[in-house]
Design a protein around this ligand. Structure first.
Ligand SMILES: C[S@@+](CC[C@H](N)C(=O)[O-])C[C@H]1O[C@@H](n2cnc3c(N)ncnc32)[C@H](O)[C@@H]1O
Length: 252
């Protein structure tokens, strides 16, 4: 299953990853805003969310007053993001673009280029990730920077594990949500399950499958640096995942 196919199947359920997606959007935007202001003052006006998905960060940041463009490789979540932004009266410019060819999808530069919630590890090798960071660098204005958030992978992890998300209700519908990971070296196969229980004798299981590269944060810091950014660093305790930030000229 391609990344786009995985997110096509996941898109209608995406909000169920969170207990309260709307509240998470607001919380994530205000946490990112606090880090952005601390590192760049009020220099950041325009943001490119280069892996926007259904718009969790893009919509929240636009609601805070940033001018946001948002792209993704997967068309179906992009369509949902457009609807979610429109229903909230939020202006975001959405487009299709691959992180590895980001500059061909965007003709201007942005003060900040972001890719949050573990989008980067969909790229399955150091070469692909380095290429993506180079493209993010090309799309960044002088004095601006890059910010990504990722899972904090344990490099010694191997084998198979279940990652529980919990019980979710969606109107009258009830779901049990979990993932199964199966490692093959540093790459793992992921299956995401939404078990829908309508109270009868049978349940309906919605499953979607993808692959991730369990790349350690320390390696991503090196790869972002090789992509052109300077003073690249890890920031903990400010977002639900570790943040990695880097700068383009001007700032440190
Ligand atoms: C876990 S989702 C996060 C989406 C969004 N940041 C959010 O939190 O709602 C990861 C996203 O990365 C996107 N993605 C994966 N590989 C990509 C690539 N090569 N170029 C652009 N987007 C990509 C997927 O399509 C998906 O929307």
């Amino acid at each position: 299953m391609s990344v786009a196919d995985f997110y096509e199947r996941l898109s209608p359920f995406y909000h169920l990853i969170y207990q309260d997606w709307a509240a998470s959007m607001q919380r994530q935007a205000s946490q990112l805003d606090s880090v952005i202001r601390e590192l760049w003052g009020d220099r950041i006006k325009t943001v490119l969310d280069a892996a926007c998905g259904v718009g969790t960060q893009a919509i929240g940041l636009a609601q805070l007053g940033y001018r946001v463009a948002a792209s993704d490789i997967s068309p179906v979540p992009l369509e949902r993001a457009k609807r979610e932004a429109a229903s909230r009266g939020v202006a975001v410019t959405f487009s299709l673009a691959d992180l590895r060819a980001l500059s061909s999808g965007h003709s201007t530069t942005f003060d900040l280029v972001i890719a949050c919630d573990n989008s980067i590890p969909h790229l399955l090798s150091d070469d692909e990730i380095r290429a993506a960071f180079r493209e993010m660098y090309s799309c960044t204005a002088d004095g601006g920077g890059c910010l990504v958030s990722v899972r904090d992978y344990d490099p010694s992890e191997a084998g198979t594990k279940v990652v529980p998300y919990g019980l979710r209700t969606d109107g009258e519908r009830r779901f049990v949500v979990f993932q199964v990971w199966e490692y093959q070296g540093p790459i793992y196969n992921l299956a995401m399950y939404f078990v829908e229980d309508a109270g009868g004798p049978e349940c309906t299981t919605h499953v979607m499958r993808s692959r991730y590269y369990a790349v350690p944060v320390v390696r991503l810091v090196e790869l972002m640096t090789e992509g052109g950014f300077h003073d690249v660093r890890r920031i903990d305790g400010r977002f639900f995942q570790p943040l990695i930030v880097g700068f383009k000229n001007g700032e440190a």
